[in-house]
Design a protein around this ligand. Structure first.
Ligand SMILES: C[S@@+](CC[C@H](N)C(=O)[O-])C[C@H]1O[C@@H](n2cnc3c(N)ncnc32)[C@H](O)[C@@H]1O
Ligand SMILES: [Zn+2]
Length: 406
């Protein structure tokens, strides 16, 4: 098919996102019933809600490129319409080339068309390959990429091994997981099977989802004597996303997996603590209330945001005119403060419900905590959440006090 003759064999329309215009399936044509999820019904997957995910990816890769200070190569092996790869090549400064691919023939043709439409044929190559096949072909020295972005349906785990092998030393791995039901503990067995860690249905399960995904990335990388360092992560809408820099060498791999461990949780008083090793620690009894505790893990206990990396992303965001720029600015400033704060967060409503008390404002509780010398910051994972070093029973005490005083 010559490019001039391209015509999608399904209803399609032009959309603008960031600095590009691309042809995508006309979603309205694929929604026959109100319950239909049009992005999956269309012959090529396209989800406008993921614009935020793509905007943030542009900021993260740009921040990475500025630090690397060289021209970078990117791979997006599950590209659908090509919108993400086209945006990478157009909007990120210092991109040498981008390789995009999809196993679906309709997606491959559409992505090729979108690359032509945006005048990118010199710098963006489109392939029609299985993602693991493509990435494995790039697992040798001089063939590897600076950045691999894995954005699949559901779990990214089937692609982690080949994606890590296709990254050069100090490369950046970006991974989306949309299988939140396993990661948040609704389907615990599936999570253990896929991610190698036990999830827990707690009020901070979104953070545990990020930590289970990062833990899986660290474990897979370690098998290849590669370590990871998580530079940024977020949970937005219906997915978890992790950005990690990889470092070659057994030492880096050992350092990576040294961040693995467990989160212990008491469902009675909401106390939580971490443990490196469940055998070395007596986990049965909650030290606060004496109830039996449960656990999540093994998962990543290390940092899930790098403060400097968040600041760099925020700086890049100031030069962008994304539809989501305001939302992203808030997310990044919250994440910057979260970077140095305690692991896990409390959700104010959860404590109030437990105590049968009216729900106070998050700001009131933040203030009381700070006035009493505790660290207390909001979290992007939940707008009613607070990260603090205050123990669970102290949180309950403050909540009682706020309600009594108002
Ligand atoms: C969630 S969509 C990608 C969305 C895209 N990254 C974006 O930002 O719009 C996942 C894509 O992976 C493709 N896919 C599924 N299995 C694949 C495989 N084994 N190899 C390559 N592509 C695959 C599907 O055809 C689909 O287009
Ligand atoms: Zn307890």
């Amino acid at each position: 098919m010559t490019e001039k003759k391209f015509k999608a064999n399904f209803p399609s329309e032009m959309v603008k996102e960031g600095k590009v215009a691309v042809l995508v399936p006309k979603l309205a044509a694929f929604k026959e019933q109100p319950s239909d999820y049009a992005p999956s019904k269309a012959p090529v997957f396209y989800n406008p809600v993921m614009e935020l995910n793509r905007d943030i990816a542009i900021l993260a890769v740009q921040a990475y490129q500025r630090v690397a200070n060289r021209e970078i190569s990117l791979c997006e092996p599950l590209t659908s319409s090509g919108i993400r790869g086209v945006r990478f090549a157009t909007e990120i400064h210092g991109v040498k080339n981008v390789l995009i691919s999809d196993i679906n023939a309709n997606a491959f043709n559409l992505a090729k068309h979108n690359v032509h439409l945006n005048g990118l044929t010199e710098r963006v190559t489109v392939q029609h390959k299985d993602a693991n096949c493509l990435l494995s072909c790039h697992g040798a020295p001089h063939k590897r990429f600076d950045v691999v972005d894995v954005d699949p349906f559901g779990s990214p785990v089937p692609y982690l091994d080949s994606a890590i092998r296709a990254l050069r030393n100090s490369g950046l791995l970006a991974v989306t997981a949309t299988d939140m039901a396993p990661l948040c503990g609704v389907h615990a067995k599936a999570c253990i099977r896929k991610y190698g860690g036990k999830p827990l249905r707690t009020e901070y399960c979104q953070e545990l989802a990020v930590r289970l995904l990062a833990g899986c990335m660290a474990t897979v990388a370690a098998k290849h004597d590669i370590g990871i360092r998580v530079v940024f992560s977020h949970c937005s809408d219906h997915y978890a996303r992790v950005y990690a820099e990889v470092g070659y060498g057994a030492k880096k791999a050992d350092e990576g997996i040294s961040h693995m461990g467990y989160v212990l949780h008491c469902f009675n008083c909401l106390h939580r603590e971490t443990a490196k090793d469940l055998f070395a620690k007596r986990v049965e009894q909650c030290p606060e209330c004496g109830s039996k505790m449960d656990y999540a893990g093994p998962l990543w206990l290390g940092k899930i945001f790098d403060k400097q990396f968040c600041e760099l992303m925020a700086k890049e965001n100031m030069h962008m005119a994304f539809r989501n720029s305001g939302k992203i600015a808030t997310l990044l400033s919250t994440a910057t403060a979260e970077a140095e704060a305690s692991l896990t967060y409390y959700v104010v409503d959860k404590i109030s419900n437990k105590l049968g008390l009216p729900v106070p404002s998050v700001n009131a509780l933040l203030q009381v905590l700070r006035d009493n010398g505790f660290q207390a910051v909001p979290t992007h994972f939940n707008f009613r959440g607070i990260r603090t070093d205050a123990p669970a029973l102290t949180m309950q005490k403050f909540l009682h006090k706020i309600v009594k005083d108002t």
